[in-house]
Design a protein around this ligand. Structure first.
Ligand code: SF4
Length: 128
């Protein structure tokens, strides 16, 4: 379909990344220090990226392009969010927990609770 979509002039682009940060749809990425429209269907054609460009490298054009796909953008954002949640922080990493078992009764004598948590994050089954 013919529609309005952004055009990035690589000659003018200084690689500041302001457009990629301004794009709410994640349509623009920095590739080899140049802004690049990654997918036509991620660009809604509203131009949130234009005002932030200090060099005027971004303009609109009307050309043959895939229609804007809000569902694809939402799926991409969700995937990025899930990726961000596994940032390497120990608290976010899935793990199996091994407990050293002893049958000497020392925990009972000291009234120490014994954890039965075997994995993280916790998955709760609701049985009725
Ligand atoms: S805002 Fe302009 S100069 Fe900066 S990366 Fe995007 S296109 Fe390039």
């Amino acid at each position: 379909m013919q529609r309005k979509i952004i055009h990035i002039d690589e000659e003018k682009c200084n690689g500041c990344g302001a457009c990629a940060a301004a794009c709410h749809e994640g349509a623009i990425a920095m590739v080899n220090n140049k802004a690049k429209l990654m997918r036509d269907d991620y660009c809604d054609g509203l131009g949130d990226c234009l005002p932030g460009c200090p060099t005027g490298a971004i303009t609109f054009e009307v050309r043959e392009a895939a229609a804007y796909d809000a569902g694809a953008v939402a799926a991409s954002k969700q995937a990025q969010q899930m990726s961000a949640n596994t940032c390497g922080c120990p608290g976010t990493q899935a793990k199996n927990i091994q407990h050293e078992e002893c049958d000497c009764g020392c925990h009972e004598e000291k009234f120490e609770p014994v954890s039965r948590l075997n994995q993280w994050p916790v998955q709760i089954n609701w049985c009725q």
